[in-house]
Write a protein that binds this ligand. Structure first.
Ligand code: SF4
Length: 421
């Protein structure tokens, strides 16, 4: 059995869960997100499950799996393209034709028209997005169907439809004197395809952490306010940076009438923030930043905008995974970086840029529970199945949902990232 390769830059760190040393297949039939940062989040009953991975892949060594993946890829040639997210483990990233954040990988899915199959080494909503953007005859495969996203699961279509009905009753549907409708829905890329479709149907748009500010500008040109889901922190951090006061950003709790706010609060609101969060980025704290500054005078602290607002405020910079990567690459002098994002990416940066000292703000190694589910065993399995002429773990978005989702995604792809380090 192969184990996960989790080391923190500079010093080995304690992991948040001893089960991380096990193979992800040990959790294939267990409800929930499995070990890692989302272990305490409640997975909806509808969350996709993965069937049992054949023993030959569970029992193979890391070296054997690597060789089998390389051989399968050589046989398949340009018929297959592998996309890899920055948060994937190194044993997966080394096989990726394209490595990127969700925005870059959504773009990449559109630029591989010759591939019959896109193997998406990321999480479920990303594979859905690739399926929406890919050609009709291209298949998108997620190597482990249990690689969901606990944040994406915090907003479901029924809850969003219910919120929309309450907001429509309160705000009406008439535009103001400037032609701006009462509310524009904006969904983070980290959401199910039916929520992207909801935005497409209701004049809304998708955003990523790379282009959230551009997208909010787009939305405010067309609407008096924004319903932002599912990540409250990205919505709050972005709108705050644009000058929206915190008191005009009420939280929408889908379990409470009017989301837990009064009518007056909602009428004064500029951004309604869905009660969702990323359990990876919620782990970062102001205390960690204080400690990093005390231990490493001159340290440059960069965090992801999925972190809570006080953490973003205490950091030197905040930006998407691609922003963080470019900021490190652009540093010309040896620099100490404390990074607040997923551990696999931080470790990779530390290895790629040995001239810098790079460490994760969180001293406890706690990867994303669902990115961790993509193990080389699953990648070898889906590729060898393709060699045998079988497509397994295909992610398909129904045509009607895909058509509406594509509208919102194409608006997003036209909204280029505002800041580039
Ligand atoms: S890092 Fe957070 S937002 Fe990204 S896939 Fe994991 S749980 Fe979801």
């Amino acid at each position: 059995m192969t184990s996960v390769n989790l080391q923190i830059a500079g010093a080995p760190g304690a992991t948040c869960d001893p089960d991380l040393a096990a193979g992800p297949w040990d959790f294939d039939t267990v409800p929930g997100y499995g070990p890692g940062a989302s272990i305490a989040d409640v997975a909806p009953p509808s969350a996709p499950r993965q069937g049992t991975l054949p023993a030959q892949y569970r029992e193979a060594s890391e070296e054997e799996l690597h060789a089998r993946i390389v051989a399968a890829r050589a046989t398949l040639g340009s018929r297959v393209v592998v996309l890899g997210h920055f948060y994937q483990r190194d044993e997966i990233v080394q096989h990726a034709d394209f490595l990127g954040d969700s925005f870059q990988l959504a773009n990449a899915a559109q630029t591989v028209p010759d591939a019959e199959t896109i193997v998406f080494c990321g999480v479920h909503f990303m594979a859905e997005t690739a399926d929406v953007l890919a050609k009709d005859d291209q298949a998108v495969i997620l190597p482990n169907l249990a690689a969901g996203c606990s944040m994406a699961d915090m907003a479901d279509i029924d809850s969003v439809e219910e919120a929309w009905a309450q907001l429509s009753a309160l705000y009406g549907e008439e535009p103001d004197a400037d032609g701006r409708v009462p509310v524009i829905p904006v969904t983070y890329m980290n959401s199910a395809a039916d929520l992207k479709a909801f935005c497409g149907r209701h004049g809304g748009i998708v955003c990523t952490s790379s282009n959230a500010e551009t997208v909010l500008e787009w939305a405010f040109e067309r609407g008096q306010r924004v319903l932002f889901f599912p990540d409250q922190h990205l919505g709050r951090n972005t709108a705050k940076k644009m000058g929206v006061p915190l008191e005009q950003m009420p939280l929408w709790n889908p379990r409470k009438p009017l989301g837990g706010s009064t009518e007056d609060e909602l009428l004064a609101a500029k951004v309604l923030l869905w009660h969702g969060f990323c359990s990876v980025h919620k782990r970062f704290t102001v205390d960690q930043i204080t400690r990093a500054r005390a231990d490493h005078p001159g340290v440059r602290v960069i965090v992801h905008p999925e972190c809570p607002a006080p953490v973003v405020d205490a950091a030197d910079e905040a930006g998407s995974t691609d922003y963080i990567r470019k900021a490190v690459a652009a540093a010309t002098e040896p620099t100490t970086f404390a990074i607040g994002t997923e551990i696999n990416m931080v470790n990779r940066l530390a290895a790629e840029y040995p001239q810098h000292t790079i460490f994760c703000l969180d001293p406890v190694v706690c990867p994303c529970s669902t990115m961790y589910r993509i193990h080389p065993g699953y990648l070898a399995w889906v590729l060898e199945e393709l060699v045998a002429g079988r497509v397994v773990n295909q992610v398909r978005v129904p045509d009607d949902v895909a058509a509406d989702a594509r509208v919102a995604l194409e608006r997003m792809l036209a909204a280029k990232p505002k800041v580039s380090a």
